[in-house]
Design a protein around this ligand. Sequence first.
Ligand SMILES: C[S@@+](CC[C@H](N)C(=O)[O-])C[C@H]1O[C@@H](n2cnc3c(N)ncnc32)[C@H](O)[C@@H]1O
Length: 359
Amino acid sequence: MASHTQPETSLPALFLQRMASWLGPEFGPFVEALTAPSDIGLRVNTLKISPHEFEGRSPFPLRPVPWCPEGFVVTDPEARPGTHPYHEAGLYYLQDPSAMAAGVLLNPQPGEWVLDLCAAPGGKTTHLAARMENRGVLVANEIHPRRVLALAKNLDRLGVTCALVLNESPGRLAARWEGLFDRVLVDAPCSGEGMFMRDPDAIRYWSPKAVEGCARRQRAILESAAALVRPGGYLLYATCTFAPEENEGVMGQFLRAHPEFDVVDVASHPAFDAGHPEWVAEGEPQLTRAVRLWPHRGPGHGHFYALLSRTGGAEPSRPRLYSIPRPPGRVRALFEAFCRETLVEPFPEKGLMLYRGLL
Ligand SMILES: C[S@@+](CC[C@H](N)C(=O)[O-])C[C@H]1O[C@@H](n2cnc3c(N)ncnc32)[C@H](O)[C@@H]1O
């Protein structure tokens, strides 16, 4: 094991030893960044306002997140963007900058069928919805009932209308919706090493055994996720931990069991590191195309991402979407006259529907 001096921290000694052995000369800057106060990440909700317009009226000083055009770091550490009325109005979501890369890398398109399998509290789901411009089908699933409420609340606050919120196990979804989705996100429950300074429980429960337990659960979730991706579709695997067992290890085993998936070479940002298959016994060489975001190389607490594409197989047969009946012209004309007389801003045309004879 390399002998890099270990700084004084409350981090588990074994965690530090492991990281020192992999990071070599980068270990010191890594620990310094991991234990420094977190960056406040703010992602503008493009369903409500453009990044440019928000920058013009932002009450906080902002610096761009290099890999996400709608992402910023709030540079005043005293700012409290979570208590501002703009937050309540859904103009932005407070999200770690490294987590913002998920929406960028998965790159969902308007009109597609997209599944976020581990969605609560909705940081990445709300980003996917914004990138989809609220068009298509976004299934936001969360297995823990209590966390579903936070997810639904965030979707509502940010004005997401294309999402269906579910409280299911990945296995039940896979049995029902095989090969249905254009893009699937697995933001897996993990040992959360990137969250050590924000979540003391992550430190308390950390051990090599816990890391192995997380890897087992991630493998099970991925088995279901694989079945849900349509041929030609994409699967993005994400964690907020540095443990290679949960990243290159889980991915390496998955790729060997699923030759129908390949790792996509994502257009990489200079601040991104490549995956490190050499850090685990199960490493697959193509995992150098995965990406690692480190806290000492850019803003945020760090993430691992592998974008996989699925080849072969039959196209999905999708249920027909119910289309909302438009009100008859006479009713619309009356409503428009009412709006002109009463409202300050025009009523959004696509918000009008007839339900049981009522507008
Ligand atoms: C990293 S968090 C997701 C964070 C979320 N994507 C976001 O950006 O706000 C992982 C989620 O997986 C859920 N989870 C835990 N065990 C699971 C399992 N066996 N299958 C599916 N999801 C699980 C957790 O409840 C948690 O909400």
